[in-house]
Ligand binder design. Structure first.
Ligand SMILES: *Cc1c(COP(=O)(O)O)cnc(C)c1O
Length: 232
């Protein structure tokens, strides 16, 4: 037995246990809550081990880093983009990611749509919400969200599938609750051509909490792969 990735195996056991426990506590035993493996700074071999253990959904933050690793990734990996994306870099990733979760402006959505249309595809996106109103984070303000989503839903090359957020670190619960409300409101009155069904929130420090507030996908980096030597 190769123990090179024993640390990841242990982390996976802990994550599965914690997720089950959180789901039971929240009365969500039967919900399919996706777990994304966030790969920033993690070598492709370690990522591929996680893929082999059932973590096939990968989250990428940086275009350059992704392009340098993507050929090495296992073929059954499914990649989504979750980092800040400049419009001029959309063209490098659009043909190989299944979703862009970090759409933080109508301009970015326009560029994604234009590129997608050129390739004859429709790209699934989430709108990122700056739920804590932090200057350091991008995303729609809660106030601007609805109008933004309606505008974006008119673009032919994107399909709005839901919302993503990174809340202020210390008070996740307050913000998870606000996000849940925003998400339920959008779901109740979805724009035409949208498919609002996914709320992406919860990271290593707070994923069990996010389960309480209706998350459909948690995104785990350090809880799965260990501490990063620098933060992104
Ligand atoms: C880094 C990152 C994560 C994972 O962070 P951890 O705290 O290591 O789990 C999740 N989502 C986004 C958008 C990130 O940039």
């Amino acid at each position: 037995m190769n123990n090179e990735f024993e640390d990841i195996s242990e982390n996976i056991k802990r994550i599965r246990f914690n997720m089950e426990e959180a789901k039971v506590k929240a009365g969500r035993e039967n919900d399919d809550i996706k777990i994304m493996a966030v790969t920033k700074t993690v070598p492709a071999e370690r990522v591929n081990f996680a893929v082999s253990q059932g973590f096939e959904l990968l989250g990428e933050n940086r275009v350059q880093e992704y392009l340098s690793k993507k050929e090495e990734y296992a073929k059954n990996a499914q990649v989504q983009f979750i980092g800040h994306l400049q419009s001029n870099k959309v063209k490098y990733i659009i043909d190989s990611v299944t979703m862009i979760q970090s759409v933080d402006s109508t301009d970015l959505a326009r560029e994604i749509s234009a590129r997608a249309v050129k390739q004859g595809r429709v790209t699934d996106i989430l709108c990122e919400v700056n739920i804590g109103g932090e200057a350091s984070k991008s995303g729609f303000s809660p106030e601007a969200l609805k109008e933004g989503i309606y505008e974006i839903s008119e673009l032919p090359g994107v399909r709005v599938c839901g919302l993503m957020t990174i809340p202020p670190p210390s008070e996740s619960c307050i913000y998870f609750e606000k996000m849940q409300r925003l998400f339920e409101d959008m779901k109740a009155a979805p724009p035409e051509n949208s498919a609002i069904s996914l709320l992406s929130m919860g990271m290593s420090a707070d994923y069990a909490e996010a389960v309480k507030f209706g998350t459909g996908m948690v995104r785990l980096g350090s809880a799965l792969f260990g501490a990063r030597n620098y933060s992104v």
